[in-house]
Write a protein that binds this ligand. Structure first.
Ligand code: ATP
Length: 408
């Protein structure tokens, strides 16, 4: 068995190490086993950045969680039905979970959960590289628990399920496998890849909310394009929603320069190529909220007007009118997917420049210049905006003389 105490010391930093030592002692007070588990162990061994501390505690209940929070000088901020808790220490959140066993009544069901040993807890996990723990107890501080040979798979750079029913029990693991493989630049172990392909039908059992959450996690990866492309190649996208299978690559590697919410841009990338009816069904399948559904709908509409947007010599004001009703995330998504042509130039011009253009004059200014209150004001502002967009006026004085001409 290897001891990772020196890795803990060199990689976690004084503050986090101090918390683990406090937890270790507080665990001893209550005779509880206490372990660092899952992704954090994987990332420690891979020398990747450690973003969160996930801790499993044997027999964890609310009283014990409170005891541990007190020992850290922190606050219990959340608890769930499966005896998981969050402790806030300053601005850091530490996740605590009861070591547990799990079973699945039927594919796609949420698991039945019961208190279990750390070995049972590791055996219920998704992949060997995520099924390791580091013992934090005072007597065994730093010992690596690796019953599923995760360390060997880290060395071989493999994502491997722990048992043949894994994807059937929980088809969201299909997404997880692909995310980890692309993120870590690992391969899917051969048997795992076969099981994955054979289990695609199980995605039908996954609720829209859970599927949406999986896509959200894909979009939050460092390279979502590579994950989407792999999901497409493996037939996962088609299994989720058949029209997504028509999509042929390439998937954008990175987004274009944009400060739009990345998540919505990637969603739009995913929706490219659907028709209006399919877009609505896709939104329904993922039980999307209004922002997501609007981006999917907008993406399809924008693709439908690409010829108009890209017509040679199109006025800047016409580009504005064609595009201003759409979500910028959808515009960026379409532009990054359709990588060439005049339409792309027009959309980029809109995103970079046109969408910020506003007249300097406002309604009150127009009344001051003699315009009649009421709908005429809106029409005049519109005309001034168009003149601004097309470069016919470039200053406040120019706007004023245009308005005077229009109302004289
Ligand atoms: P990330 O780096 O993406 O946050 P993570 O490994 O911390 O990775 P989480 O989704 O936070 O991933 O889950 C924590 C741990 O819980 C995982 O490492 C894995 O052991 C286990 N786990 C999470 N989801 C599942 C699942 N669907 N099936 C089995 N085990 C899971």
């Amino acid at each position: 068995m290897s001891n990772l105490a020196s890795i803990l010391e060199s990689r976690l930093g004084r503050r986090r190490l101090g918390w683990l030592r406090l937890l270790s002692e507080a665990g001893r007070d209550r005779a509880a086993g206490i372990y660092l588990v899952g992704g954090v162990v994987r990332d420690l061994l891979l020398k990747r950045p450690i973003l969160e501390l996930d801790i499993s505690v044997s027999g964890l209940d609310e009283a014990l969680a409170l005891h541990l929070a007190d020992a850290l000088g922190g606050r219990l901020t959340a608890r769930s039905q499966f005896n998981t808790f969050k402790i806030a220490v300053g601005s850091t959140v530490i996740d605590l979970a009861m070591t547990r066993g799990e079973s699945y009544a039927h594919p796609g069901a949420l698991p039945d959960v019961w208190p279990g040993s750390i070995e049972q807890d590791l055996a219920r996990r998704d992949f060997s590289v995520n099924a390791m723990a580091i013992d934090l107890s005072v007597d065994a501080w730093g010992e690596l628990l690796d019953p599923m040979s995760g360390q060997r798979d880290l060395e071989r750079r493999l994502i491997r399920v722990l048992h043949p029913d894994s994807f059937a029990d929980d088809a969201t693991r299909i997404f997880r496998a692909v995310r980890y493989a692309q993120r870590l630049e690992f391969r899917l172990e051969e048997g795992t890849a076969d099981l994955l392909k054979a289990s695609l039908g199980g995605l039908d059992t996954i609720s829209g909310d859970r599927l949406r959450h999986e896509f959200q996690r894909v979009f939050a990866e460092p390279h979502p394009g590579s994950v989407l492309s792999r999901l497409a190649d493996l037939g996962v996208l088609e299994a989720v929603f058949p029209p997504l299978g028509r999509r042929s690559g390439p998937w954008p590697d990175e987004n274009g320069p944009s400060d739009e919410a990345e998540e919505l841009v990637w969603l739009s990338t995913l929706a490219c190529g659907l028709n209006a009816g399919e877009a609505a069904q896709f939104a329904q399948r993922l039980n999307m909220g209004s922002a997501w559904a609007a981006v999917v709908r907008d993406t399809v509409e924008i693709e439908g007007i690409l010829n108009d947007v890209g017509s040679p010599g199109i006025l800047r004001s016409s580009v504005y009118h064609l595009l201003h009703q759409y979500h910028p995330g959808a515009l960026v998504g379409v532009v990054t997917t359709h990588s060439e042509g005049l339409a792309r130039d027009s959309i980029e011009l809109y995103l970079r420049e046109l969408r910020q253009v506003r007249p300097e004059l406002n309604g009150r200014d127009l009344i001051g210049l003699g315009a009649e209150e009421g709908p005429e004001i809106g029409r005049l502002l519109e005309t001034v905006l168009e003149a601004r967009l097309d470069g016919i006026v470039t200053s406040r004085a120019g706007e004023e003389s245009l308005v005077r001409r229009l109302i004289s």
